[in-house]
Design a protein around this ligand. Structure first.
Ligand code: GRF
Length: 193
């Protein structure tokens, strides 16, 4: 448990590459009175990420970094985050793997949401793999990020039933609804005001 000092909220950056529906739910959560976080920055590797619109809507600065050179991109991101005194990084559909050096710079301060019941189905195409393996359940996991992909300490998970009619698309939709509830819950579990 990490207790923030006084009534000040923990400054948070959210990293996205795509739609940003988790970003939206985190922004809405951050605006609640009892939320321990305030979102100060949105970071993306993709100028076309649809989720960047939430930065505009909620007046949170968007910063897109060119990942042609990952080392340079990460150096710039680290600088930006340190300058803004960000203390928490929430990965929300960020499609880049952070380097060991990056993770070391923010030890215990990076969270990720993954659309499976980890340790099952790390990596990509989780829904298709869960359905092909005839799993009865899948779900989502919020975890700390360490240097191994989707392997850091689990904070919270939510199970979702897979029905016979489910396709990767319908399952993704069902799980996403739960993700939007789980990420704020997990943050509240780790950080208290
Ligand atoms: C979510 O399913 C998340 O678990 C995964 O990527 C997806 C991002 O969706 N890491 P969105 O951009 O938040 O809508």
């Amino acid at each position: 448990m990490v207790q923030s000092t006084g009534p000040k909220k923990i400054k948070c950056a959210v990293f996205i590459s795509g739609k940003g529906s988790n970003l939206k739910s985190l922004i809405q959560f951050s605006k609640k009175k009892n939320s321990p976080i305030s979102i100060e920055l949105i970071i993306s590797d993709n100028t076309k990420a649809k989720g960047l619109k939430f930065g505009k809507i909620f007046k949170i600065p968007n910063n897109v970094f060119n990942y042609k050179d990952k080392i340079i991109a990460e150096k710039k991101i680290i600088l930006k985050i340190k300058n803004k005194k960000i203390k928490l990084i929430c990965l929300a559909g960020f499609m880049r793997i952070l380097s060991k050096n990056f993770i070391k710079s923010f030890k215990g301060q990076i969270l990720n949401i993954h659309p499976s019941l980890l340790p099952k189905y790390k990596g990509l195409n989780t829904h298709l793999r869960a359905i092909s393996n005839k799993e009865k359940y899948s779900g989502c996991t919020v975890h700390f990020v360490n240097s191994k992909l989707d392997s850091g300490k689990i904070i919270l998970q939510k199970k979702v039933k897979i029905s016979k009619a489910d396709t990767a698309k319908t399952l993704a939709k069902k799980i996403l609804i739960q993700e939007h509830k789980l990420y704020p819950k997990a943050i509240s579990k780790v950080f208290i005001l």
